[in-house]
Design a protein around this ligand. Structure first.
Ligand code: BES
Ligand code: MN
Ligand code: MN
Length: 456
């Protein structure tokens, strides 16, 4: 282990240059225009795994984008770590809000700015570099397998079938994932829970064509007006989701865990300041941290219809659309919530419009253990490099494969993220701190060491 720190120091610039190369590939999985780039990113990861010292690295074809699988098996009797990450990224729009082009990474004020800098190329690539460091310094203490996919941002639709088919090949003792955030660079934390997700699109149709809003307005349903009415009825005055049965399966969190959450360092003033808002809004009876982690929610992600070009056009549109997501908590089923939504949304549609509900992807919430060897090894690794014990904390984002891996492979995960909530993932000007990138690379080998020691 002593050799690793000097190795990291010596190779810092190259580690950054390589990440930049990966960040320059616009691997946007949601947009077919980038399909060739998504494949290029997969190829890049495969080549780098081999160069870092993997015995084997391959592109596994799926119905969608390839899954990169790599491994280094020292001895089947040793423990095995399965590293999961994703090489695809979210679309970069709106482009005009970026201070520098999203696929031309730059370092500014100690941060790497680029789409995917944090989510998840920067965090995933830390694993490749930590692996290289261990390989080149004879410090890898156990077996490691890599599964790096290219469809995380579009729901990991082909990963479950792959996991089922390749269960034997993926057999491991823990899944190690860096795709979440910490509280702050001087307040390390480990994520212990993620929310689930139900994502869908709705379409409301009025008349069979766009109409003159003077000639017909007032007499025929305006689907945009109706859609807005319907959407606003989905929350009650306490900001609870107003869909019958929505809360039926929600697992309430114990008073003890809520008390513990209340102890986590969090400043509402700073939170508001950072977002430039004068007040927070959410479900009555819960704190901000609770609202974004242990409570289910419903949000409109996009809404459109009618005329949005320059100037004014007097038109009563034929159709209105919205994309809606619901974040779910443990014990809620994403499929059941989809059905509840669909039934309710159709029921509240007034006569005069037709309503369609089109399901997108979904996934289940997850809770990860804090009493496992793997969690303890991760906590000790952070203690070693940050000088502080990490705080266990649930978060609001979703990584559906955590529950899927547990179900299909019987393996639990450690959510060992090094990002910050302020990294603006999925937003313009996504960034990742140089501190975080290098700290992650420095910390990961300790995880391997402690995990192997503690597994004996
Ligand atoms: N890495 C994120 C999830 C995340 C971010 C978890 C921050 C915790 C903290 C992941 O890439 C992501 O964006 N997931 C999607 C869900 C997916 C099914 C598209 C999400 O949470 O919206
Ligand atoms: Mn991610
Ligand atoms: Mn993401």
């Amino acid at each position: 282990m002593d050799a690793l720190k000097p190795y990291l120091e010596k190779n810092k610039q190259r580690f950054l240059d390589e990440l930049f190369e990966l960040l320059r590939i616009p691997s946007v999985s949601a947009d077919e225009k980038y399909a060739a780039d998504v494949k290029k990113a997969a190829e890049f990861v495969k080549v780098e795994l081999l160069r870092a010292g993997a015995d084997k690295a391959e592109l596994c074809q799926t119905k969608g984008f390839p899954i990169v699988y790599g491994e280094k098996i020292l001895d089947p009797k040793l423990p095995t770590v399965l590293v999961y990450g994703h090489y695809d990224v979210q679309p970069a729009d709106p482009l005009e809000l970026w201070n520098s082009p999203p696929f031309e990474p730059v370092v500014k004020d100690g941060n790497i700015y680029a789409r995917g800098a944090c989510d998840d190329k920067g965090q995933m690539y830390m694993h490749v570099k930590a692996f290289e460091m261990m390989m080149k310094n004879d410090a890898l203490p156990c077996n490691v397998k890599f599964i790096i996919e290219g469809e995380e941002e579009v729901g990991s639709v082909n990963l479950e079938a792959f996991a089922i088919e390749n269960a034997a090949k993926l057999k491991s003792d823990v899944v190690l994932i860096s795709d979440t955030s910490m509280i702050a660079n001087d307040v390390p934390s480990i994520t212990t829970g993620l929310r689930g997700l139900t994502y869908l699109e709705v379409e409301v149709t009025g008349a069979n064509r766009d109409l003159h809003s003077g000639v017909y307005g007032g007499a025929v349903a305006n689907p945009i007006n109706i859609l807005c009415d319907m959407i606003s009825s989905l929350h009650d005055k306490d900001r609870k989701v107003n869909i019958p049965g929505f809360y039926d399966d929600v697992q309430e969190v114990s008073k003890q865990e809520r008390d513990q959450m209340a102890q986590a360092p969090f400043s509402l003033d700073e939170y508001k300041k950072h977002l430039d808002i004068d007040e927070v809004i959410g479900e009555k009876g819960y704190s901000t941290l609770e609202r974004v982690s242990i409570r289910p929610t419903l949000d409109v992600n996009g809404i459109w219809g009618g005329y949005i070009g320059q100037g004014a056009k007097t038109v009563l549109p034929s159709k209105a659309f919205a994309k809606i997501s619901m974040r779910l908590v443990p014990n809620q089923s994403s499929e059941k919530i989809m059905k509840l939504f669909e039934a309710h949304f159709k029921k509240i549609a007034p006569a005069g419009v037709k309503v369609k509900v089109m399901p997108h992807h979904g996934g289940e919430a997850a809770v990860t253990p804090t009493d496992s060897i793997a969690y303890k090894a991760a906590a000790r690794a952070m203690e070693t490099t940050f000088g502080k014990t990490p705080i266990p904390l649930r978060t609001g984002g979703s990584i559906p494969i955590v529950t899927m891996f547990e179900k299909v492979l019987g393996i639990k995960s450690v959510l060992f993220g090094f990002g910050l909530d302020s990294d603006a993932i999925h937003s313009p000007n996504e960034k990742y701190g140089l501190f975080n990138y290098y700290k992650g690379i420095e910390t990961l080998p300790y995880f391997y060491q402690y995990f192997t020691e503690m597994s004996k």
